[in-house]
Design a protein around this ligand. Structure first.
Ligand code: C2E
Ligand code: MG
Ligand code: MG
Ligand code: MG
Length: 281
């Protein structure tokens, strides 16, 4: 009857919550072990000038090389790490790693190569953490103008004034700021105008529509020209086919990333790729 049904529903619901918090704790413990065992590494995905095919930059993407489980994708652990605060330790390491890599590439003559990394909004907003990041950054004697910090719109919106203040601090040091996943959040023009950014990363949901219809192309074209109007550089994400690449070129999008152009690779593969492309110049 209705009463027992209701009861069952409640207990099912509770079980669900219980399972969720259980999974959460398990994941957080796993992350802790992963940090101790240094299981987190960086992959790099090339960013390409679409018309010429030239590599103009790299995006660092964290990979968890979990003992026994293989690669765990970021979408499965970043949120938990953010909720537990483990993201701070993780991002400290990622930033060190990124800066050291940038330095190495500079020394090998790839000075113009832009290097992007993703920064959690938590790190941007939390006072003590932001100070730590500032300290970290100043440890490396680098030209920051070729380093791009990617943030997401949904992330900065919750604390827009503070976010703007901090992004300005980073920009004054020379860093470029990219708005990641553009098109998935609120994407209102008001926010776009408020945020001190240099680059817009057009989300892959715009780009990797199965067959780009005329209508879709018009929307993307509008967004790209608007972004250019504001003075932003546009990087399209998730280019998976030749057709998408050609469409993007035809509407004036200049830069992009995607499996069709280059998958995220470990550092040895990326260095091999850089070597080959440098030799061909
Ligand atoms: P994101 O920053 O927007 O990164 C782009 C994601 O799209 C990456 O997934 C990349 O592997 C994937 N991708 C690249 N080309 C294609 C394509 O052609 N098709 C499709 N379907 N996907 C493509 P990944 O590496 O799994 O990262 C997912 C998200 O996790 C990132 O999205 C970013 O928000 C976050 N993340 C990754 N690394 C870090 C990090 O070091 N720190 C922080 N805070 N977040 C990170
Ligand atoms: Mg990104
Ligand atoms: Mg993105
Ligand atoms: Mg994303």
């Amino acid at each position: 009857n209705a009463k027992t049904e209701g009861k069952n529903k409640i207990s099912f619901y509770e079980k669900n919550i219980h399972e969720k918090s259980n999974n959460f704790i398990l994941m957080s413990n796993k992350i802790q072990k992963g940090l101790t065992n240094k299981e987190f590494i960086l992959f790099y995905q090339p960013q390409i000038e679409l018309r010429t095919g030239k590599i103009t930059g790299m995006e660092a993407l964290v990979r968890w090389n979990h003992l026994g489980e293989g690669f765990v994708p970021p979408n499965e652990f970043i949120r938990v790490a953010e909720a537990t605060g483990q993201i701070y330790e993780l991002e400290n390491r990622i930033i060190r790693n990124v800066l050291a890599q940038k330095k190495e590439w500079e020394e090998r003559g790839f000075s113009d190569l832009e290097l992007s990394f993703n920064l959690s909004s938590k790190s941007l907003i939390r006072d003590s953490k932001f100070e730590q990041i500032e300290e970290l950054l100043s440890e490396y004697d680098l030209d920051y103008t070729n380093i791009v910090i990617e943030i997401t719109e949904t992330a900065v919106i919750s604390n827009i004034d503070l976010a703007v203040e901090r992004l300005n601090i980073l920009r004054e040091k020379g860093f470029k700021i990219a708005l990641d996943d553009f098109g998935t959040g609120f994407s209102s023009l008001t926010y776009l105008m408020m945020l001190p950014i240099d680059i817009i990363k057009l989300d892959k949901s715009y780009v990797c529509m199965k067959n780009m219809e005329d209508k879709d192309i018009h929307i993307i074209k509008f967004v790209v020209s608007l972004a250019h109007e504001f003075g932003f550089k546009v990087v399209a994400e998730g280019i998976e086919t030749k057709e998408q690449l050609e469409n993007l070129i035809s509407i004036g999008c200049e830069y992009g990333q995607g499996f069709f152009l280059g998958i995220p690779m470990d550092i040895d593969s990326i260095n091999a790729l850089l070597q080959v492309t440098a030799a061909n110049l």
